[in-house]
Design a protein around this ligand. Structure first.
Ligand SMILES: Cc1cc2nc3c(=O)[nH]c(=O)nc-3n(C[C@H](O)[C@H](O)[C@H](O)COP(=O)(O)O)c2cc1C
Length: 221
């Protein structure tokens, strides 16, 4: 899992010419599937977080998500170091405003949440008016990017956790993080090194989620 080249430059470039289309199949397919099938959300997280070059790879993975209309709705805000304290203060402010009868100290755990990982990434989606790409598709593209990030985080040997909670839908948090009016805050990815490696969670049974369509009418030829 450490054979990735993490020294690649940023690419906003045409894809390199290839002898044949890259399908993903081949000698690395099994390793890639191992990564996908072994990922699990991790909490709590500690130092170290990803190095800058690794973080670049995580964002590059995000920017490979499918995206109808090439709208590139992905927006990410990294929150590290002392900035996490400021995020925590906003979270406490929001909780205090929601429950004005409670002392501010009752919400101290929210400030601690901001320090629950060395790196917090606010996930955003910039929504554009488009005749063929409704908002839901732009949100799905942002969600696909987040999933790619969780997989990349795992592939690099770190742990991640996607969290929303009521705060993510508060205008004040949205504004504090600098998101524009047309941008939606979709939660936070907490990223770091798992403190403990918990047991693999039980996974859903495939049969409960997959079915073959049985047309009621014979297909017309
Ligand atoms: C959009 C989104 C928001 C989430 N928000 C929370 C949250 O606020 N709190 C929480 O405990 N889990 C939340 N989860 C669930 C966890 O991120 C995680 O998926 C869940 O614990 C299952 O773990 P797994 O990824 O190993 O299957 C959220 C998941 C998604 C997709």
């Amino acid at each position: 899992m450490t054979t990735l080249d993490i020294s690649r430059p940023e690419t906003e470039s045409p894809r390199p010419a290839m002898a044949k289309p890259a399908t993903g199949a081949g000698p690395h397919a099994s390793a890639a599937l191992d990564v996908l099938l072994s990922r699990q959300s991790q909490w709590p997280l500690t130092e170290p977080g990803p190095a800058d070059a690794e973080l670049d790879l995580i964002f590059d993975a995000a920017l490979r998500a499918p995206d109808h209309g090439n709208l590139r709705p992905w927006r990410f805000v990294t929150i590290r170091g002392d900035a996490r304290g400021s995020l925590g203060d906003v979270l406490v402010d929001l909780a205090s405003a929601r429950s004005p009868d409670e002392p501010r100290s009752a919400h101290a755990h929210r400030r601690q949440k901001a320090f629950a990982a060395p790196l917090v990434i606010a996930l955003g989606a910039a929504i554009s008016a488009h005749p063929k790409v409704p908002e839901i598709e732009q949100l799905l593209a942002a969600g696909a990017a987040a999933m790619n990030m969780l997989n990349a985080i795992h592939a690099l040997g770190y742990g991640g956790f996607w969290s929303t909670g009521p705060d993510s839908y508060e205008a004040r948090l949205h504004d504090a993080l600098g998101f524009a009016a047309n941008e939606r805050l979709l939660g936070f990815l907490f990223v770091g090194t798992p403190k403990t490696l918990g047991q693999a969670p039980a996974r859903a049974a495939r049969s409960a989620h997959v079915r073959e369509w049985q047309p009621t009418q014979p297909a017309q030829s």
